[in-house]
Design a binder for this molecule. Sequence first.
Ligand code: Q9C
Ligand code: ZN
Length: 344
Amino acid sequence: MRTVFTPLHALHAPATEFFRGERVPCFEKVDRARYVHEALVARGHRVDAPEVDSRPVLPQVHGERYLAFLESAWARWLALDPANAERQPFPSTWPIRTLRADREPSEFSAQLGVYSMDNGTPICAGTWDAAKAGADAAATAARWVSQGERAAFVATRPPGHHAGPDFMGGYCFLNNAAVAAQALRNAGAARVAVLDVDYHHGNGTQAIFYERADVQFVSLHGDPRTEFPFFLGHADEVGAGAGQGFNLNLPLPAGALADAWFDALAAGMARIRAFGAEALVVSLGLDTFEHDPISKFKLSSDDFLRLGERVASLDLPTVFVLEGGYAVEALGQNAVNVLDGFES
Ligand code: Q9C
Ligand code: ZN
């Protein structure tokens, strides 16, 4: 399979996140993409650098104010105090119920609260450049597929599916899957389906397309009653306005086994067929793996071959976008199993 990768992902390398009240090393590590890249090369996949600028697509899926904030965030953090070079900004106040988000404060950390859904998404000096390179990679894969490639894989980090129209969260900044879907639309696909198989609900992608009939969002994920992102991903979220009926959530209880997961996949795929999608984006999180350190499904490495085979049966031009997956040493094997299953 043609794949797109850039070493610029490594510019996003924050040191710590909060976990159970403590600062711990980030789960979303630079090594993740290194393992995926190594497995792609070892198993004979073609790897190229991004060759499309995603800038024209970004404002189609994110607000301009959010994009401007994200691009300038590190410089503004440094402007507060040069010693901040050694520190990570985190939001501390969020404009939730009764507080006003319509009057944007001028203070940097307060704005960070406006543009973040959680305190789990640290920014560092290279975050914008890495995230932008990932969005460029997604736009590149979409172009290849729209020009006739059967499928392509975006081997990128940071991930994207928790990033919404105007917020970051869940380790995500720019929504690479949304960029790919929008780029496929721009290139002429009338209807695009996004199939999100990450362990966590893709709240950002759902929000971006929730009122649109041209992009269907189908997600299998841990039930938000107990699993991140907690506040979206329920089965009663079916889309709104023109988008009513084009959003399908299939939450499964934490601890779900592979058989139940593949039954839900079949239900989601049936809806994609009924939609009449002309192209497919797969938000490919591998954190459904049985040994993932922060997730609770039980898929084996062989199950990822099976996943690839099933997705191929949709017979659609397909862009795979890497999302989560934190069992770092198995990540390359598991991701490439999906691609090899697809091509088998
Ligand atoms: N810091 C993706 O898989 N966990 N994101 C919060 C406390 C958030 C996962 C733990 C998990 C986000 C793309
Ligand atoms: Zn995830």
